[in-house]
Design a protein around this ligand. Structure first.
Ligand SMILES: [Cu+2]
Length: 821
């Protein structure tokens, strides 16, 4: 029994052991399975990583192969771009930095000029600008055409003589530029020099002076400003007031005292559309800012003769108090330029289309001379007049000696005196000094080449470089220059076409609130276009019922007042030399009888014809657009005809004509007499360089440059060197979509200069850009078609080098390349 019990016990032990073993084994197995599972999982992950790694390596290898195989765009032809400043500038070249410095150094050494370069005050003698004086045209042409030696380079220096009594503005010629040794007050036969100090151009020094007035305003009515607007001019932290100045013309005030209306506004992004209902009429005459004073004040539409009067009436309750709130400045503020509004578009983050020049730029730049296809010309930035092109040639022949901006004006209207008297003649700001940085990919295409310009203005020694103030690029307009498809076999079956690829030279002038884009456009068909387009912020006022016929209310308390933009350009055409004629082709109605072929029926049919009309004198040639007398305008040299005895001419065409309806010769209209005509044609004169002047904003009572005098002598213009003065413009009644910025579509004004019987056919027929399609076998259409292109096909693929971030990096590292810092 005991044995039996032992056996059972042993058996039990055995079973227990077995169970234990099994348990252990199970556990081991489980552990081992888990381990295997973990190992397998790790292996899978490892494999996946390996696969990813291999794919990555293969892809990057592919990319390398691709990068090796696909070249960067433009490498096929080494581009020929030398945008540097030359040691020896050519005849049209702006003053170089060395020349500007030499002029400055020379003038500083002249004791009687009493020039200062730092810590300038209104009563200092200081340089407001230095510009190159283009030599007399006959000397330039003798150099260009007859290999004569180049005339000496000279500079025109405008000096504000606040140190003299009475203070004046003086214009000097300084020469020679290689090593200046003389300065002479320019003796103009038809304009005065010096000019009264009150006619002076804008300078930073004057703004410093005006800030003295603002201190007085704070002292006298600071409490009113704080209570009414929650802001002041000084010691104001983030809640400051600022002002937009309008120089009031002497033609309106009737005397030569310098006065301005200041529209007071909140200093936020951007102040010209955050006005408050405070207007100040300030006397800023003379050179002592402590004498600058407020002569009238308009507070909440209520006129007072002084700040003291306003303060007294405010205390006594004799004015209705205004209440405006400082705007909340965040990205949703309507006047700021942050992205906002509808959900972001496109919905996916996709970049904009980009430009590519697969074989490199097709134009050349040597300093400031540019060549493109058959075109060759020089570009410069005149300090006072702005962008100009010179010696414009097509296929070696000069077409224009000069095409350039003369003036930009904006005449406002309104019930408020600020608007009524805001007649901006913008060259008061010296256009060349306002041409600033262009942003790649926005202002000019990615492929553009940039030119810089230099300016000397107040308060600085040497010149300041404006980086990227011109851009040059070839534009594929994506629009055919010409095309025809003839798909019927019985009419020949062919296609011929060419896209309008053109070269553009662009600059943008930033004139306080407005930005003006100016383009010179060169088409391959021998057409040169000059274009001006406006964008930027409007100048707004505080809305009230009296303004309702002058503007719409477009935001809380904001009115966008009606104004007239006006532009004037000079076109010195030289068609086959300088002996030119101006003819109009007058389109007229003619009645003809059809009786000869209509079986004797006396049917009178009206149709159109043209008569050639030679313009004989300057007054005979003034052109005011008239819908009832359609005409074409052609210019030619009478000695050059086609083999059919037709004048080889250039035609001038304007788009963007706008009638100036203010009465002639009244008040400030006297400052823009050029705007009376869409075109005026004068005989070239070295003394009629410009239609306007930097004094135009003030001098209406007695204009320094009086354009009417250019016409009044009514000179003969037959077979003479002719200059065209072209005016364009547009009325602008701002609407809410002008917020925050006015947009460019619909605001393109152009002057088109086109060959007109000048070439035997369209000169773009020589372009490689055209495409022809024809039947392989004209008699057998079924044999298919052939496409002809006029270049040996290079490798068709290339990689664009352009990166948006290149610009970002540049301005982060060199902030002065875009903003004053
Ligand atoms: Cu406008």
């Amino acid at each position: 029994m005991e044995n039996c019990a032992n056996i059972i016990h042993d058996y039990y032990l055995l079973i227990s052991f077995q169970i234990e073993v099994k348990k252990k084994m199970d556990e081991n197995l489980r552990k081992s399975v888990t381990r295997w599972r973990l190992a397998s999982a790790a292996l899978v992950v490892l494999c996946a990583l390996l696969i990813i790694l291999v794919i990555g390596i293969v892809m990057s290898k592919n990319r390398e192969i691709q990068a090796k195989d696909v070249p960067s765009c433009g490498l096929r032809f080494k581009s020929n771009m030398d945008t540097s400043e030359p040691e020896h500038p050519d005849i049209f070249h702006d003053l170089t930095s060395r020349e500007m410095k030499a002029v400055q150094n020379y003038l500083i050494s002249v004791p009687e000029l009493n020039l200062e370069l730092s810590n300038l005050r209104m009563n200092s003698s200081y340089i407001a600008g230095i510009d190159y004086i283009l030599p007399p045209k006959k000397d330039v042409l003798a150099y260009l055409d007859d290999s004569r030696s180049p005339p000496a380079r000279k500079a025109k220096v405008i000096i504000l003589r606040g140190d003299l009594n009475p203070p004046v503005v003086e214009e000097y010629v300084v020469a020679p530029l290689s090593n200046p040794s003389s300065h002479t007050l320019i003796d103009y036969p038809n304009r005065r020099n010096p000019v009264a100090f009150s006619m002076r151009p804008f300078t930073g020094i004057e703004f410093k002076g005006i800030s003295e007035v603002m201190k007085k305003v704070d002292e006298q009515i600071g409490d009113i400003l704080r209570e009414s607007y929650g802001a002041t001019f000084n010691d104001c932290g983030d809640t400051c007031l600022y002002y937009l100045p309008n120089i009031v013309s002497s033609a309106i005030t009737g005397d030569f005292t310098r006065r301005m209306w200041l529209q007071v506004a909140y200093l936020v992004e951007y102040y010209t559309i955050h006005p408050v209902d405070l207007l100040l009429y300030v006397n800023v005459d003379g050179t002592d800012p402590s004498q600058f004073r407020v002569e009238k004040v308009v507070y909440g539409g209520q006129y007072r003769n002084s700040l003291a009067e306003l303060a007294a009436d405010y205390v006594s309750g004799d004015v209705v108090k205004s209440k405006m709130t400082f705007p909340t400045v965040d990205k949703n503020l309507f006047s700021t330029l942050h992205r906002r509004g509808f959900p972001a578009s496109p919905t996916e983050e996709q970049r904009q289309p980009q430009f590519v020049e697969p074989d490199g730029a097709r134009y050349r730049i040597k300093h400031r001379q540019i060549e493109y296809m058959n075109w060759r010309f020089h570009v410069r930035m005149a300090t006072y007049n702005g962008p100009q092109i010179h010696d414009v040639r097509f296929a070696g022949k000069r077409i224009a000696y000069e095409i350039g901006l003369q003036e930009i004006a904006a005449f406002y209207a309104g019930d408020a005196p600020t608007f009524r008297m805001a007649n901006y003649i913008d060259s008061v700001a010296s256009f060349g000094q306002q041409a600033r940085a262009l942003v790649p990919g926005v202002d000019c295409p990615e492929t553009a080449t940039y030119l810089s310009t230099r300016q000397v203005s107040d308060n600085q020694e040497g010149s300041v470089k404006s980086e990227r103030s011109f851009c040059v690029f070839e534009l594929n307009t994506g629009y055919p220059l010409r095309r025809h498809l003839q798909y019927y076999h019985f009419r020949g079956s062919f296609y011929g076409g060419m896209v309008d690829n053109c070269l553009i030279v662009r600059t943008i002038l930033c004139l306080n609130n407005y930005d003006y884009i100016i383009d010179f456009i060169f088409h391959q068909s021998g057409i040169v276009e000059t274009k001006i387009v406006s964008t930027g912020y409007i100048f707004g006022g505080v809305y009230n019922d009296q303004e309702k016929n002058y503007g719409f209310q477009i935001a809380d308390q904001l009115v966008g007042n009606i104004h007239h933009h006006l532009f004037n350009f000079k076109v010195d055409l030289d068609v086959m030399g300088t002996s030119n004629r101006y003819e109009t082709l007058d389109i007229k109605l003619v009645n003809v009888s059809n009786s000869k072929w209509l079986n004797g029926l006396n049917t009178i049919q009206s149709q159109i014809k043209f008569d050639r009309s030679l313009k004989k004198t300057e007054l005979d040639a003034v052109y005011k657009y008239n819908f009832d007398t359609p005409k074409e305008h052609i210019f030619h040299n009478d000695a050059f005809k086609t083999r059919f005895n037709v004048p080889r001419a250039y035609k001038v065409q304007l788009s963007g004509m706008s009638k100036q309806i203010l009465p002639e010769d009244k008040l400030n209209e006297r400052s823009i007499p050029w705007a009376r005509y869409q075109m005026a044609v004068t005989k070239y004169s070295d003394n009629e360089v410009s239609s306007s002047s930097i004094y135009g904003n003030s001098d209406g009572l007695q204009p320094v440059v009086n354009f009417t005098q250019y016409l009044a002598d009514d000179e003969n213009i037959v077979d003479e060197d002719l200059v065209l003065w072209m005016s364009m413009g547009m009325y602008h009644i701002p609407h809410s979509e002008d917020l925050p910025l006015t947009q460019t579509p619909g605001k393109h004004m152009t002057i088109l200069i086109s060959p007109y019987n000048y070439f035997p056919e369209d000169p773009s027929m020589s372009s490689r850009d055209q495409v022809r399609v024809q039947l392989k076998e004209p008699s057998n259409p079924k044999a298919g078609v052939r496409v002809d292109r006029y270049f040996n096909k290079p490798n068709t693929a290339c990689v664009s080098n352009y990166k948006e971030t290149d610009f970002d990096k540049d301005v982060e590292e060199n902030p002065r390349n875009i903003l004053d810092v």
